[in-house]
Ligand binder design. Structure first.
Ligand code: NAP
Length: 529
């Protein structure tokens, strides 16, 4: 078997992998991207469930590294639907001729650092072997599906779908009885669509979730043109905001204004639509009192919307708002007024089992023709640990991270030279607009690779001390907030047995400043050997 030689092997052809390829190839490196899907797009390639769309507004959810590209592309709606985002990814691949260096339908199974040569040996499930100096996992934060092991799972006679690995062929629920398990962002998007098509829909809810209306619609051409006329300025402004988004954050404490002013601010954002609701005041996730007021506003809206008071109460979340990702909906709560929708509360007693006919809870079987698992992802670490990655002296990443992920800047980990992650644990990633975060990471990693080669170094890796300090810093930032108070996937709490560690870094501008400082100081915290 021949071994293919490269300077850089990138795993994943989503937005991270595509930009890495474009940038590193442009810097004269021999790059190959290995991708398990049959085309580009990453998470948008897999999440094809009905209603899938981005909750970041389309004018912000795009690359900005090429002014021609951002001028060239036109979005059709305020929030882009999944097929359009996938078309955009394809457009980028065409425009920069990326596919010639992407190998599709290739599943990386193992990656081993060779101590003697300071190179990585990458193996695929298809039996191929690659030899590379640098190895970059660009596998995304939400790519490894969480499929709970329900008792009797195989006994159900109908199809079982997962929102995160939806079939490529259209799924028609017309005349069918369908069960959806889960009420996170994916469920909140697909439930209204499935309910409109199916004969009956039964939703199994373990935890009620907050959702704010999207107010989606055709993109206003005047707004689009105004943004395009000043795109760099628009992007620069967004980068100064802690989540990297352009929407206005009201830098005022909740309780510092009168109850009337508070209601007016919430109402303004409710009417405006989207996650800017979370920016109504500056202490949503810092003060339990402030949080409760905002939560109560949303609960009031749910009670106003849902006709049956018992159902409304079940749909009213009790936890901290924004602690789990705030969902953005189109007709979600209204859907529970439909006569063909039933809500089953499983907060006290879980799904007992799947039977040949359906889903059993509270001793009763809901007879269905199809089951949709909207049960989320083994987020942030799932895809990284899904590959058998072995660093210096054969240490596995799995062993190193047994008590939770440890990284320096969310991009690298000690003991694993020449290995990088894009949007890894310890980076701002999922708490920001992903596209600008990805671009920042890719450009920063690319500069570090360049610096390593320019020094004639064989390898670069973070110092253990720098990593420990970073992990402490990430935890300390989270510890000052209400984020650790709920069972979110940010904490790994959604996957049984996963270490409970808050994974994302809080604050895009401070993160960027820290990365810039590290680079300016000759990559402080890194060792070149
Ligand atoms: P999620 O937020 O993790 O939601 C999973 C749902 O499944 C939760 O309601 C969870 O209940 C439930 N669940 C998990 N295991 C279960 C079990 N054994 N029995 C019953 N219920 C179970 O996953 P997601 O909805 O796929 O969203 C994940 C993330 O993807 C989002 O937070 C967001 O960042 C991203 N996303 C974004 C968009 C968008 O841009 N609009 C759309 C979809 C997803 P518990 O809450 O009790 O754990």
């Amino acid at each position: 078997m021949s071994t293919h030689q490269f300077d850089v092997i990138v795993v994943g052809a989503g937005f991270s992998g595509m930009y890495l390829l474009h940038l590193l190839r442009g810097r004269g490196l021999k790059v190959r991207v290995l991708e398990r899907g049959s085309d580009v797009g990453g998470t948008w390639y897999w999440n094809r469930y009905p209603g899938a769309r981005c909750d970041v507004e389309s004018m912000e959810y795009s690359y900005q590294f090429s002014e021609e590209l951002q001028q060239d592309w036109d979005w059709s709606e305020r929030y882009a639907p999944q097929p359009e985002i996938l078309r955009y990814a394809g457009h980028v691949a065409d425009r920069f001729d990326l596919r010639r260096d992407i190998q599709f339908e290739t599943n990386v199974s193992a990656a081993t650092y060779q101590d003697d040569t300071a190179r990585w040996r990458i193996e695929t499930a298809e039996g191929e072997v690659y030899d590379t100096k640098f190895f970059i996992m660009a596998t995304g934060c939400l790519s490894s599906t969480n499929k709970p092991q329900f008792k009797g799972a195989n006994s159900f006679t109908g199809p079982v779908y997962h929102t995160g690995s939806w079939p490529h062929e259209p799924v028609d629920f017309t005349g069918k009885r369908v069960a959806v398990i889960g009420t996170g962002s994916s469920a909140i998007q697909c439930i209204p669509q499935i309910a409109a098509q199916a004969a009956h829909l039964t939703v199994f809810q373990r935890t009620a979730n907050y959702a704010v209306p999207a107010r989606n619609g055709a993109l206003d051409p005047e707004l689009r043109d105004a943004i395009k006329a000043n795109y760099p300025e628009f992007r620069a402004k967004a980068k100064q905001v802690r989540n990297g988004l352009h929407y206005p954050l009201n830098d005022v404490a909740t309780m510092s204004v009168s109850p009337e002013e508070r209601q007016a601010e919430y109402q303004f954002r409710w009417d405006r639509g989207g996650i800017s609701f979370a920016g109504a005041f500056n202490d949503l996730l810092l003060s339990a009192e402030a949080n409760e007021v905002a939560a109560d506003f949303v609960r009031g809206k749910i009670r106003e919307t849902v006709n049956d008071p018992k159902v409304a109460e079940l749909l009213c979340p009790k936890s901290v708002i924004g602690c789990k990702r705030l969902c953005v909906d189109i007709d979600y709560f209204e859907t529970y007024n439909r006569p063909n929708v039933t809500l089953v509360d499983i907060s006290e007693a879980p799904v007992e089992e799947f039977t040949p006919a359906g889903v059993k809870a509270h001793g009763e079987v809901a007879d269905v023709d199809a089951i949709v698992l909207a049960t989320g992802f083994d987020a942030m670490t799932g895809s990284l640990l899904g590959v058998d990655i072995r660093g210096r002296d054969g240490q596995t990443l799995k062993d190193k991270w047994a008590a939770g992920p440890c990284t320096y800047l969310g991009l690298s980990t000690a003991g694993f030279p020449n290995f990088f992650m894009v949007t890894g644990p310890g980076s701002p990633s999922v708490l920001t607009n992903m596209l600008p975060s990805i671009e920042q990471h890719v450009e920063w990693i690319s500069d570090l690779l360049h610096a390593t080669l320019a020094r004639g170094a064989q390898a670069v890796e973070p110092e253990a001390q720098a990593e420990e300090a970073w992990v402490e810093h990430v935890n300390a930032l989270a510890g000052r907030t209400l984020y650790p108070t709920c069972n979110s996937w940010y904490l790994g709490a959604n996957v049984p047995g996963k270490p409970r560690v808050f994974m994302p870094y809080l604050g895009f501008p401070t993160y960027v400043a820290k990365c810039d400082e590290v680079a300016r100081n000759g990559y402080s915290g890194f060792v070149f050997s």
